[in-house]
Design a protein around this ligand. Structure first.
Ligand SMILES: Cc1ncc(C[n+]2csc(CCOP(=O)(O)OP(=O)(O)O)c2C)c(N)n1
Ligand code: SF4
Ligand SMILES: [Mg+2]
Length: 301
């Protein structure tokens, strides 16, 4: 049974106030991730906006143990923690590596792939704000085509985004899920499910970023909803190879209509001046993935 918003635990693991920008979706997502983990966990976090959100020693905005690690090494450091906890008989503690898209799709992918290939017993969460935001919005492998960043200033990025969950699926790990903080109970339920599974669990969370995507801070939740409505983000899970659409994406599949990506693009400054043919390329990439998702979902119902 899907959790309802009023059924979420009242216990908070994020303290009031943190150093993220106003309207950052990462805070909303992280709060629900922590609620689902329930406190019995240790995080490894590489250089990123999440380190900023966490705060500078000796202060912290979170109530769980947390190791700041070097940029490419979240999954490697988490693998070490898993081994240490096993050796000391504390396998009840959930190890979570949580990194940005740059730290996952690009610089951290080697350590992540190695850990996934060993089926290391941890949860890896990539929050995807679609660029290197902490250092001022540079393009990452996860930046969508057409998005302007400080390293793609003239015409926007020329390539489509890398599909990291698909790469992880090729490792044959037991659980993969996508999410978006605009659908907090879907995110919560997926983290809760991941806690109960052994082996490598990979979760990919879309993280709308008012600063880098250039939209008003008050619109964060709406932008995340629009991403799902147009299929730029698809909510699904893959459990032991079985693919299922979830939450709003499941309803959209039943209704049979996605919103055009043009509307989603038009409300973000990073796409200002985008060429029509780039929007068409984006739309056909979305359509192709959506068709695949619907087909896979139907096969498993
Ligand atoms: C080896 C190394 N290279 C570069 C940096 C500088 N650096 C720190 S955070 C960051 C951006 C991280 O991007 P991402 O993983 O997407 O997280 P976000 O900042 O977007 O939350 C970079 C390039 C670093 N700390 N270490
Ligand atoms: S730059 Fe973006 S992701 Fe980073 S703290 Fe600010 S709003 Fe959040
Ligand atoms: Mg990023």
């Amino acid at each position: 049974m899907a959790t309802k918003i009023l059924d979420l635990p009242e216990e908070e693991y994020m303290l009031p106030g943190n150093r993220a920008c106003a309207g950052c979706s990462l805070g909303i997502g992280f709060r629900h991730i922590l609620k689902a983990l329930g406190g019995n966990c240790i995080f490894t976090v590489p250089a990123s906006c999440l380190t900023v959100l966490g705060g500078m020693y000796p202060t912290s905005s979170v109530k769980v143990p947390w190791m700041n690690v070097v940029f490419p090494s979240s999954a490697a450091a988490a693998s070490g923690l898993v081994a240490g906890l096993k050796a000391t008989g504390r396998e009840d503690i959930t190890v979570v590596a949580m990194a940005g898209d740059g730290g996952t799709a690009d610089i951290g992918i080697q350590a992540l792939s190695g850990a996934a290939e060993r089926n290391t017993n941890f949860i890896y969460i990539c929050y995807d704000n679609e660029a290197y935001m902490n250092t001022g919005t540079q393009r990452s492998g996860s930046t969508p085509i057409g998005a302007r960043t400080t390293t793609t200033p003239a015409f926007g990025k020329q390539q489509q985004a890398k599909d990291v969950p698909k790469i992880l699926e090729a490792h044959g790990i037991p659980y993969i899920a996508t999410s978006c903080p605009s659908f907090p109970t879907d995110l919560y339920d997926k983290v809760k499910k991941a806690v109960g599974i052994k082996g490598t669990r990979y979760m990919h969370m879309c993280a709308p970023c008012p600063s880098g995507w250039q939209f008003p801070a008050k619109d964060t939740v709406e932008i995340g909803r629009m991403a799902v409505e147009c299929g730029a983000v698809v909510l699904y899970e893959i459990e032991d190879g079985v693919f299922r659409l979830t939450s709003r994406s499941k309803k959209l599949a039943e209704q049979g209509e996605l919103q055009p990506v043009r509307e989603y693009v038009s409300v973000q400054g990073r796409f200002k001046g985008i060429e029509d043919e780039t929007i068409e390329a984006m739309q056909s990439w979305i359509n192709k993935r959506w068709t695949e998702c619907i087909k896979r979902d139907a096969e498993n119902r």
